[in-house]
Write a protein that binds this ligand. Structure first.
Ligand code: ATP
Ligand code: MG
Length: 582
């Protein structure tokens, strides 16, 4: 400790939002260089290397081979797949001295695909899984919580290459099993959830989320075992309802009702329903957005949903796909669409076939035969008994309504519960998208050229350091699981007597000789300072050489439980080895 490059801090960093960030900085593991960009100090780097070692170990176990690509990449491959543009503001683009376009890699599908294309040409070369552990760059809109969401971060990304779908399934299953072993070994609670499979649709895609109250991802689970990222929940459409007997739609005066709440109140007082009171869920709310694509083109989108639901922006974002931005309709947008009466917009004015030409997508619950109270496209008026499929035809369906606790699981496995997590890993059947765009084909058994099918698998390695810290720290500091702790044991000298230092030094060298990674706190600081630092640094086991030495005892401390016990000096080596090796 007297030589280690570390300085613990007594104050929280001003920008720390979450405990892991606060403690990693205060314990001297990381240091901010710029927003979302961090330096690793010796202690942090040791933890990072241990996480990497686990990942390498489990990748090797499934036969994946390690390569390493540059982070500085040429534009052309990313141009060929459209991502140079689609990635939008998230991509760090730069020019070399000759004016050539380059980027800092945010993820490497293109490069891996081209490498395999360069060297392989036959089904006999496959299956193949390659990976790297490498620095990625993404100009995140909201870098957050230290290394949890950085603009420079370390990812393990692997890619599998197979000749057919069955091969891809097997590669995916192997990666899934490897990920389970990786996250089990990292030692924090996690869940595997269904994830969005994006524009390609249909293929398997799952995320590994660390369970964390302040995580950015929301996931759902049901008693019957359904789990999904909230973005990926697909609300099933109910059966269509026959509408032959439904009354004709009728427009009613509903003055001063621009919100669902005011509408329900006026509907109940001025147009009561015979069987029961009107509720928000009887109304059809139409929410307008201005969508901006990467090429700068804009388009209006109307989302229709039951009035008791809100548009969930993350679900909408996931539906619109990478690189598409959206904003609620503003005054300018309304000015450009005089046929849309703010507060009273109904299906009558919406749809590609309507006068407004605004694309109209509805929640899956808005199924044929459902009857709604909704805007009549005139100020102060609503239309009642407007029947979907009879009186209006939406352009399509969109999964953008919020998911609530108690909603039924899509697979009928019970009511949903919501919880939060941090995305740690993502496994994804990419299919043939990249192979097609970049021309990765091999000859199959019949001598026919076939496009290779790929999987893409990521682990947030630097994020894992923060996520484990987040899951294990307490109000005194960090507390590492054994497998990734920077040291196995801390030997702490708590007093000035020279035999304390000599006993501690001797114990430390015995433990090192036995193969443990030992940190000796030999500083001249007071025991109080050393104890506080020990708690901040979070080494799981500490041996305190202090006053008890005179009676032949040492103190063995366990950081996770903050408990301690007396042990005999004579058996100290065996006792500590047994404790550390479990
Ligand atoms: P997110 O939804 O959190 O932005 P993503 O879906 O964009 O992540 P992937 O492209 O699937 O992430 O990347 C694989 C893994 O890399 C993620 O599961 C996550 O652990 C990690 N990761 C992604 N972005 C960051 C970041 N900005 N900082 C640290 N780790 C990251
Ligand atoms: Mg992801």
């Amino acid at each position: 400790m007297s030589e280690l490059f570390v300085r613990t801090l007594r104050e929280d960093p001003a920008d720390a939002e979450v405990p892991s960030h606060r403690w990693l900085v205060r314990a001297g593991y990381i240091r901010r260089a710029a927003p979302g960009i961090y330096s690793w100090l010796p202690l942090g780097l040791k933890v990072l290397r241990k996480v990497e070692a686990i990942v390498r170990d489990e990748m090797a176990a499934i036969g994946a081979q390690e390569v390493s690509f540059p982070a500085l990449l040429p534009r052309e491959p990313y141009e060929a797949t459209g991502r140079w543009t689609e990635y939008g503001a998230g991509l760090f683009r730069l020019k070399d001295r000759k004016g050539g376009d380059y980027l800092l890699g945010p993820t490497h599908e293109e490069m891996f695909t081209l490498l395999v294309k360069d060297l392989y040409s036959s089904y006999k070369d496959l299956p193949l899984s390659l990976y790297q552990i490498q620095t990625k760059y993404r100009d995140e809109a909201r870098p957050r919580a230290g290394i949890l969401r950085g603009r420079e971060f370390i990812m393990k990304d692997s890619y599998s290459f197979d000749v057919d779908d069955a091969g891809l399934d097997a590669s995916y299953a192997a990666h899934r099993a490897a990920y389970i072993r990786i996250f089990d070994r990292l030692g924090f609670p996690y869940v595997i959830v269904k994830a969005m499979s994006g524009a390609m649709g249909g293929s398997a895609s799952e995320e590994f989320l660390a369970v964390a109250a302040n995580g950015e991802d929301t996931y759902v689970r049901s008693p019957g075992g359904y789990t999904a990222n909230v973005e990926a929940v697909e609300v099933p459409a109910p059966e269509p309802i026959p509408f032959d007997d439904a009354p004709a739609a009728h427009v009613e005066e509903t003055p001063g009702t621009p919100t669902i709440e005011t509408l329900v109140a006026v509907a109940n007082s001025a147009h009561p329903r015979p069987d029961r009171a009107w509720v928000a869920g009887d109304t059809l709310k139409n929410v307008l957005f201005r969508i901006t694509r990467q090429d700068g083109s804009t388009e209006a989108l109307a989302v229709g949903l039951p009035g008791d639901r809100e548009v969930d922006e993350k679900r909408l974002e996931a539906q619109l796909g990478e690189g598409v931005a959206f904003e609620p309709f503003g005054d300018d947008d309304f000015a450009a669409h005089p046929e849309l009466v703010k507060g009273y917009i109904g299906p009558g004015a919406l749809g590609l076939e309507s006068a407004s030409k605004v694309r109209y997508l509805v929640d899956p619950r808005v199924v044929s035969g459902t009857r709604w109270v909704t805007g009549a496209d005139q100020p102060g008026r609503h239309v009642f008994d407007l029947v979907c499929g009879r009186d209006f035809q939406p352009d399509g369906v969109i999964q953008a309504a919020d998911v609530r606790p108690g909603d039924p699981a899509p697979d009928g496995s019970g009511p949903l519960e919501l919880a939060r997590g941090i995305e740690m890993g993502h496994i994804f059947q990419l299919g043939r998208k990249y192979a097609e765009a970049l021309g990765l084909k091999v000859l199959d058994q019949n001598g026919k050229l076939v496009t290779v099918t790929m999987g893409s698998y990521g682990v947030g390695v630097s994020r894992a350091v923060a996520a484990v810290a987040e899951a294990t720290c307490d109000d005194r500091g960090l507390s590492w699981p054994r497998e990734i702790s920077p040291y196995d044991v801390l030997v702490l000298v708590a007093g000035k007597a020279p035999e304390m230092l000599s006993t501690a030094t001797e114990l430390a060298s015995f433990l090192s000789a036995a193969g443990l990674d030992v940190l000796l706190d030999d500083r001249k600081a007071s025991p109080g300072v050393k104890f506080a630092d020990a708690e901040i640094l979070g080494v799981p086991t500490a041996v305190v050489v202090g006053r008890g030495l005179a009676d032949g005892t040492l103190e063995l401390r366990d950081r996770a439980s903050n408990s301690s016990e007396e042990i005999a000096v004579d058996d100290a080596v065996e006792t500590v080895l047994a404790r550390v090796r479990g």
